[in-house]
Structures are given as C-alpha cells and as structure tokens.
Design a protein. Structure first.
Length: 231
C-alpha cells in the first residue's frame, strides 16, 4: 500500500512537476506523511472532529498539507481538479460511494490517478468460506481484546439487519456497508476513464496472528483499486 502511494505520486510529479492529492478520510495522517514524503501537496478531508484536531497538530506549519473538517462529506463534491485521489479504508463509509467515485474521477486531471484500499469485497460474490473465516477471525480478535460479548452482540444485529444508531460500531463501521463494496461496479466506472486499472483482492483482519495465518490459508475478504493515467 505504501509503495503504491509513492509510485503514483512519483509518476505524476515526474510527468507534470507537481501532484495535487485529495486524501479522503485520513484518520491520523499515516498515509498523509507518505504522500508528502513522495512529493505531493495534500488536501485532507476528514469527517471526525477528533481526527481533524490530531491532523492539524501533526501538520501544523506544513505548507504541503491542508486539513478540512468535512462532517457531512460534501467537500469531495467540489469541482477543483486534482492529480490524484486517495481513499484508504473509506469508501465503505460513504452511502453513495459509486456516485462519489464517479464525481472524483471527473475531478481528476489528465494523467492523474485514483487509489482506494481496505474496503470489504461485495458479499454476494464471496464464498461461504470467505464470509465464515472473516466473521470467525473478528470474533477471535474480540475475544483477545476481552470484548467477545460486544463482538457477538454486534454480529447478531448485523445478521438480523437491525442497527443501533447510538452505537458507533453499527453506524461508523457498518451502517453503509451492508453487503460490502461492489468492486466490479467501481471497475466499470474507472476502466473507461483510466488507461490502467488494477484490482488487488486480499485477506485482512484485525489480529496480527490471524492476519499472518489468513494470508497463507484464507480466501480474500478485502480489496484495493489502483487506476493510473487518467485519459
């Protein structure tokens, strides 16, 4: 993931002499650091007020990073062109992620790029093994955290299709996921607009131990997309 960030920024800077990046949902700025190190000027939009506070402290005084608090998710729909869009673990938080990506593609300048990572694969295309391994790993991780009861309660609500609007685990992590994220539909948006589109499907879970085991034995649960050279 980090190497992909450096590669896409480096290619654009080499070709145009600059790289204006829109990073959506930067969290605490881990990938923002890498974007800046690769030579980008980054505009970060973040819905979480606590994360915005962390980002503004972290990049205070940096001429290369602008942090925008975007609690309603409207800032991405501006019209100013960018050279690259970066979405790390964020598309599944956007209710109309297909419409958002379509708009972001239209904002991307010729020769630009789109990178998304760490979104759940579309459930209807996943095998029972993939779904069960994913759920089992989640519950084992919760058990290791001493929160098995919480994990089971969250899982039961999801299976029943009932959600607690006062519960962050339901609203921020799952409310807009439901069936995962349709990577094939995203490809249909990206392929006509970019000369090259790569899809990476992989196993991902919270536990370090289960991550190592899953990379060897488990089916994919998660995906990333890298689109390069906007037409």
């Amino acid at each position: 993931m980090i190497s992909a960030v450096h590669t896409l920024v480096g290619e654009i800077v080499e070709r145009t002499g600059q790289c204006r990046v829109l990073e959506i949902g930067a969290g605490h700025g881990t990938f923002t650091d890498h974007l800046v190190a690769a030579g980008a000027r980054v505009e970060v939009t973040e819905m979480s007020a606590p994360s915005v506070a962390v980002l503004r402290r972290r990049f205070r005084g940096s001429p290369h990073v602008t942090v925008t608090h975007d609690p309603e998710g409207k800032e991405i729909f501006r019209s100013e062109p960018v050279d690259a869009v970066v979405c790390i673990s964020v598309l599944h938080h956007i209710p109309d992620y297909l419409g958002a990506v379509d708009h972001l593609v239209n904002r991307t300048a010729p020769g630009g790029a789109f990178l998304s990572m760490q979104d759940p694969l579309w459930y209807p295309r996943r095998s029972h093994l993939s779904m069960n391994a994913d759920r089992g790993a989640y519950l084992l991780w919760r058990l290791g955290q001493g929160e098995l009861r919480r994990g089971l309660a969250t899982r039961v609500r999801r299976l029943r299709g009932r959600y607690d609007e006062s519960n962050e685990a339901d609203m921020s992590e799952y409310h807009v996921v439901r069936q995962g994220v349709d990577e094939a539909a995203l490809q249909e948006i990206l392929v006509p607009a970019f000369q090259e589109v790569q899809t990476q499907r992989y196993w991902s879970t919270q536990s370090t131990v289960l991550q190592a085991l899953g990379e060897r034995f488990a089916p994919p649960t998660t995906f990333g997309l890298l689109a390069r050279n906007r037409r």
